[in-house]
Design a protein around this ligand. Structure first.
Ligand code: SAM
Length: 262
C-alpha cells in the first residue's frame, strides 16, 4: 500500500515482525475473547490478531486507512471496523458482562494522555489493555513513589489500573521512525479501587497542586488548600515533596479536601 504517513494522526507504522510477534506473545489473545484495536493503521497488529480467531473491533480515524483495511480484511466475519475517533468512542457499547474487552494499540502519541483518561471511564468493561507509547510516558504511567517520573499521570492511572512496563521498542522498528524510544506496557483495571475517593475531581486537583512545584514541600505546594497542621493530622509529613507521597496518602488529602469543600 502507498499511504503517506500523516503526522497529525501520529502515524508511525510498525515494520519489525519480531516486535509484532513479541507484542502478540505478551498479550496472548485467545479465540473466545473480544479484542479492540485502537489505531490499526495498515494492519500490522490486526492481521496476527485475526489469525488467533478473536472477535475484533478496529477504531481508526484516518478514512483512507479505513478504506484500505476494509478491502484488506474483507472476508473476516469476526471483524468490525469503526471509522471513528477513539477519543470520543463509547467502548461500553461493545462490551457485555460475560465478555469484557481486551484493548490493544500502538497509540497515536500526540493524544496519549487524553485517550488514556477517556479509556479510564470504561474500566468496568475492560479486562486488560496492551499499548505502545513513548518510553518516557510509559515510565511516567508506571512510576512508583520516590521515582523522578512519578506524578499526576502515575497516580491518576494507578487509581484505576495496575500498570506494568513490558519491553522497549527502538525507533528503527517503525516507518517513518519516531524521534524517541517507545515501550509496550500493560494496564489491568483493578477489580476494586485500591483506595476510597469521595470525589475524583478533588483527587486530581490536589495531585495537580502538589506537583505544580515538584521541588517544594507539601507544606508550601498545598498552602492554598491545607495548613501544615492539617497535613500532619492526616499522618503525612508536610516536609515531604509530592513525589514521596503514595496514592493512599493522596487519597487522605483528597478526602479531607472534600470534607472542607463539600
Ligand atoms: N497500529 C499501526 C501500527 O502499529 O503500524 C498504526 C499505529 S500509528 C502509531 C497510530 C494509528 O492511530 C494511525 O493509524 C492513526 O491514523 C490512528 N489514529 C490517530 N488518531 C486517532 C484517533 N483519535 N482515533 C483512532 N485512531 C487514531
Amino acid at each position: 500500500m502507498t499511504h503517506r504517513a500523516r503526522k497529525r494522526f501520529g502515524q508511525n507504522f510498525l515494520q519489525d515482525t519480531s516486535i509484532i510477534d513479541s507484542i502478540l506473545i505478551a498479550a496472548t489473545p485467545e479465540c473466545n475473547e473480544h479484542w479492540v484495536e485502537i489505531g490499526p493503521g495498515q494492519g500490522a497488529l490486526t492481521a496476527p490478531l485475526l489469525r488467533t480467531g478473536v472477535k475484533l473491533d478496529l477504531i481508526e480515524l484516518d478514512r483512507d486507512l479505513v478504506a484500505y483495511l476494509t478491502r484488506k480484511f474483507a472476508n473476516h466475519d469476526q471483524l468490525a471496523i469503526h471509522s471513528q475517533d477513539a477519543l470520543t468512542f463509547d467502548f461500553s457499547q461493545l462490551a457485555t458482562t460475560e465478555t469484557p474487552l481486551h484493548i490493544i494499540g500502538n497509540l497515536p502519541y500526540n493524544i496519549s494522555t487524553p485517550l488514556l483518561f477517556h479509556l479510564m471511564k470504561y474500566t468496568d468493561h475492560i479486562h486488560s489493555m496492551y499499548f505502545m507509547l513513548q518510553k518516557e510516558v510509559v515510565e511516567r504511567i508506571c512510576a512508583a513513589p520516590g521515582s523522578k517520573r512519578y506524578g499526576r499521570l502515575s497516580i491518576m492511572l494507578q487509581y484505576y489500573c495496575h500498570a506494568e512496563p513490558l519491553f522497549d521498542v527502538p525507533p528503527e522498528s517503525f516507518s517513518p521512525q519516531p524521534k524517541v524510544m517507545s515501550a509496550i506496557f500493560k494496564l489491568t483495571p483493578h477489580n476494586q479501587a485500591p483506595v476510597d475517593i469521595a470525589n475524583l475531581k478533588h483527587l486530581n486537583q490536589v495531585v495537580t497542586q502538589a506537583f505544580s512545584q515538584r521541588r517544594k514541600t507539601l507544606r508550601n505546594s498545598l498552602k492554598k488548600s491545607f495548613t501544615e497542621a492539617e497535613i500532619s493530622a492526616l499522618d503525612i509529613n508536610p516536609e515531604l515533596r509530592a513525589e514521596a507521597i503514595s496514592l493512599a496518602e493522596f487519597a487522605r488529602l483528597s478526602n479531607q479536601f472534600t470534607l472542607k469543600n463539600p
